[in-house]
Design a protein around this ligand. Structure first.
Ligand code: FAD
Length: 299
């Protein structure tokens, strides 16, 4: 008989969690409950996204600054080049440094109006690599960047996309976090191609537990992620069954992580969508347990 599922995981993993800035008091409460639930797992860092076109600039800053102030978890702020001059972006980065934030997820961002071609803002950073170079000149930030196992839609081909990732790492980024994907081989192929291109920085898989299949399909279509046919079948008929859908979502994401673990992946980044339960359950299945002291430090 084969070993029971998850019997071979040892909990020797490192995790990080991504949140988006809350839009209302209610959402803020949910976010803080999630951070409190997940923090005993001892994440390496938690990160907060930056809305398209800098629309969440204040809210992202307030959320990251509060995490830095009130918890012991290292906080990372996402920052994009969209609709801002270099001076404006440098100012945001300076404010983070002053608030004790030492980690930036440096991104180009998407065009402010969906469907338009990306255009560099006059006087702005040209792309993520250029932003990494700019941040490096300001302070010794830890910098993470984005990577695309299924190739970014703006890239002419996968090779050019990996060259772009290499430019970001060579400019001073320490880690790449991937776009979400659903087949482990997609990640393994990409990791091999990065190694062949001489990229030795950490490539951390971004894990998206599927809370809402229709919205994941929409997001996947925009960012070029393949949604396997078998996955659609597994979510069929669950629209009116949120609890069952959660269980299916946790099972699928945990199974993806288990296969990645079997392929020597030890770092995982979770797109939490500000809900703790799914990410917590998946971490638990991977053998991660609350760390003594982490809960107190997070309080
Ligand atoms: P870049 O690395 O600059 O590249 C984008 C594309 O353009 C690549 O295909 C690259 O090959 C091509 N390219 C860039 N420069 C050149 C060049 N000089 N020559 C040739 N080709 C070039 N978006 C947000 O708005 N807010 C967020 O908080 C956010 N967080 C994210 C977190 C993660 C982990 C990931 C994976 C994505 C995130 N995004 C976020 C989405 C991201 O902003 C978009 O995917 C965006 O379209 C590309 O950003 P980038 O940093 O990857 O861009």
């Amino acid at each position: 008989l084969a070993a029971p599922l998850f019997a071979d995981v040892a909990g020797d993993i490192e995790v990080s969690f991504e949140f988006f800035p809350p839009k209302s008091e209610k959402m803020e409460e949910t976010l803080w409950e999630s951070i409190q639930t997940l923090s005993p797992l001892g994440p390496r860092f938690v990160s907060v996204t930056y809305g398209a076109g800098g629309t969440t600039r204040e809210r992202t800053h307030n959320t990251v600054a509060r995490i830095a102030r009130e918890t012991a978890i290292p906080a990372a702020a996402h920052l994009t080049c969209v609709e801002a001059t270099k001076a404006e972006i440098d100012q945001v980065a300076e404010e983070y440094w002053a608030a004790g934030v030492r980690h930036i997820v440096a991104l180009r961002g998407d065009p402010p109006r969906a469907g338009e071609k990306y255009a560099t803002h006059p006087g702005g950073y040209e792309n993520a690599a250029d932003l990494v170079t700019g941040l490096r000149k300001l302070h010794p930030f830890e910098i993470s960047v984005a990577a695309y196992p299924e190739c970014h839609p703006d890239s002419p081909n996968p090779g050019a996309d990996i060259d772009n990732l290499k430019r970001k790492i060579d400019a001073g980024a320490t880690r790449a976090i991937t776009q979400f994907f659903f087949e482990p081989d997609t990640f393994f192929r990409f990791r091999d191609d990065c190694a062949k291109a001489g990229i030795s920085a950490e490539i951390v898989p971004g894990i998206m537990p599927v809370m809402n299949f229709a919205s994941v399909q929409r997001m996947s279509a925009m960012c070029g992620t393949d949604v396997p046919v078998w996955m659609g079948k597994l979510f069929e008929g669950l629209d009116e069954h949120p609890a069952a859908r959660q269980l299916v979502a946790a099972t699928l994401a945990a199974e993806l992580c288990r296969k990645l673990y079997a392929g020597d992946v030890r770092q995982f980044h979770f797109y939490t969508l500000n809900r703790a339960e799914l990410s917590y359950a998946i971490c638990h299945l991977l053998g991660l347990r609350p760390k003594v002291g982490a809960a107190l430090a997070a309080a």
